[in-house]
Ligand binder design. Structure first.
Ligand code: ADP
Ligand code: MG
Length: 479
């Protein structure tokens, strides 16, 4: 062959830069090098080295045809391409580095990524950060499946509809909207659908709308909206939780509307949860509202007494403890506003009984439940994130400064996650606000921390008791 592969590739790369949108090119192809070419009787095989495995994935699956077409044009006949991760220092690309001017060689090196780097950095560097890579946006709670959802008489229709959506996504109810008050099982149903669809091998994103908004804001700031779109529009099933938070946010609604339309046009399933009926979502653009209402809108209600007892029995079984039926009934009777309240009472009772080795009788439980309910009768006082920081720091024998610093030892990290959890549970702060209070951490990190603690609470009785102690301390501060 007369022309060397490096020149060929660089020519193709120049054309790709013109043809692709800027964000895609910058994110996936900037700095890509030709690592080799294997001639064969059929199509020659080009090996192209790119920055990270995300780029490999993207190029192999989404941009392959474009890159192949352009490289084939430049080469003069059809070629095959394989992409692999290439770190410039590991293996020299095809060109002779000895002869390459130093500045050119250096310009191809990926800069080291450090914690100190300011936030607005190109997305390709962000995704390469290990912290980011470990955190899929749509982390699902393994507990929230259909088989753990107790079907009460008054949520039976909603449950069946959710199951039908999970069994036949995109074919019956699209979009599927679940609405209802706090702690009535909306997230549980959304995640159950997500699990079922994932098991079918579908591409699923489950995301709370706050996280969607933050992702969008980040993408606009980092000029990676094309990637943002690509990410949300390439799924088979998109589930957005707590959609009420996008009401009143114009640019988010606009973007969401387009995402919605794109998915809808390609017959992809959309599932939404809201704390009220879409028609009551104030400041929601009409076109978006009518889209929501165009699908199936179902409500969730508080399961009736028998179902609440069944839910408690399910939890007891999950944790492998015996809770007498009379105790379950008493708790079910007390918790009549939502399932979260039921969960709170149950958790308290079980933890106290285990650690204090008190038997679970109607009497002992009655006393515990009363103690639990007492602080509320004072009327809820707002707890600030500063108080949470202080109480958590003292409890872990740390300074507040440690929690807001960049340090990442196991102990500090753990305490920080406890703050994330408590702040999300006890204050009105949004994920980014919590992240800010902890020294500028991303909303994804906060969400991850929250989930981690929530999981530990389910699994570790001692930890659960410890956390309850912290909550009590916080609640007691004004008394
Ligand atoms: P929402 O999203 O509506 O605020 P969640 O889905 O987070 O409520 O539910 C709160 C808790 O109650 C979760 O632990 C969930 O698993 C549980 N829960 C709610 N409804 C049911 C149900 N019908 N069966 C079993 N658990 C339920
Ligand atoms: Mg929810």
């Amino acid at each position: 062959m007369l022309v060397d592969p490096l020149t060929l590739w660089n020519t193709a790369l120049n054309q790709l830069e013109v043809q692709l949108d800027r964000a895609s090119f910058e994110t996936w192809l900037r700095g890509a090098v030709c690592l080799g070419i294997e001639e064969s009787d059929e199509e020659p095989l080009f090996t192209i080295g790119v920055r990270n495995s995300y780029a490999v994935d993207m190029l192999q699956h989404r941009l392959y045809r474009t890159v192949r077409r352009i490289l084939s044009d430049v080469y003069g006949s059809a070629v095959t391409i394989q992409f692999e991760v290439h770190h410039p220092t590991e293996k020299a690309p095809l060109a002779d580095d000895q002869e390459k001017p130093l500045f050119r060689f250096l310009s191809q090196q990926t800069p080291p990524v450090t914690e100190e780097m300011s936030v607005p950095m190109p997305l390709h560097q962000q995704v390469a950060r290990p912290e980011r890579a470990e955190l899929p946006e749509c982390e699902l709670n393994p507990r929230l499946t259909f088989d753990r959802f107790v079907v009460a008489n008054n949520n039976n229709l909603t449950y069946s509809a959710a199951l039908a959506v999970a069994e036949n996504p995109s074919s019956i109810y699209n979009p599927f909207v679940v609405y209802g008050g706090v702690g009535l099982g909306k997230t549980h149903l959304l995640q159950a659908i997500a699990h079922a669809c994932q098991q079918k091998g579908l591409r699923v994103i489950y995301i709370p709308s706050e996280a969607f908004i933050n992702d969008l804001v980040g993408a606009i700031r980092q000029r990676t909206t094309a990637m943002f779109r690509e990410k949300y529009r390439s799924v088979d099933v998109l589930l957005v939780d707590d959609i009420q938070f996008i009401a009143g946010k114009e640019s988010t609604q606009e973007e969401f509307f387009h995402t919605f339309n794109a998915l809808y046009t390609f017959n992809k399933q959309i599932v939404l949860a809201s704390d009220r009926h879409p028609r009551e979502l104030e400041l929601l653009e009409d076109r978006l509202r009518s889209r929501f209402e165009g699908g199936l809108v179902m409500d969730v209600q508080l399961p009736e007494f028998e179902a609440r007892v069944a839910i408690l029995e399910g939890w007891a079984q999950e944790r492998d403890i015996h809770v007498p039926r009379s105790v379950c009934e008493m708790i079910a009777d007390r918790a009549h506003s939502n399932i979260r309240e039921l969960e709170g009472l149950f958790t308290q009772v079980v933890a106290k009984a285990r650690l204090g080795s008190q038997p679970l009788t109607l009497n002992t439980v009655e006393t515990m439940v009363e103690a639990f309910e007492r602080p509320r009768q004072h009327g809820r006082r707002a707890i600030s994130i500063e108080e949470i920081l202080e109480v958590t720091a003292v409890h872990h024998d740390l300074k507040i400064k440690d929690l807001t610093s960049k340090r990442r030892t196991g102990r500090i990290n753990h305490a920080r996650q406890v703050v994330m959890y408590l702040a999300r549970e006890l204050t009105e702060c949004s994920l980014p606000q919590i992240g800010d209070a902890l020294g500028g951490r991303s909303h994804t990190t906060v969400l991850h921390g929250y989930n981690k603690v929530a999981e530990m609470i389910m699994e570790d009785e001692v930890f659960r008791y410890e956390l309850m102690g912290l909550r009590e301390k916080l609640a007691a501060r004004d008394r």
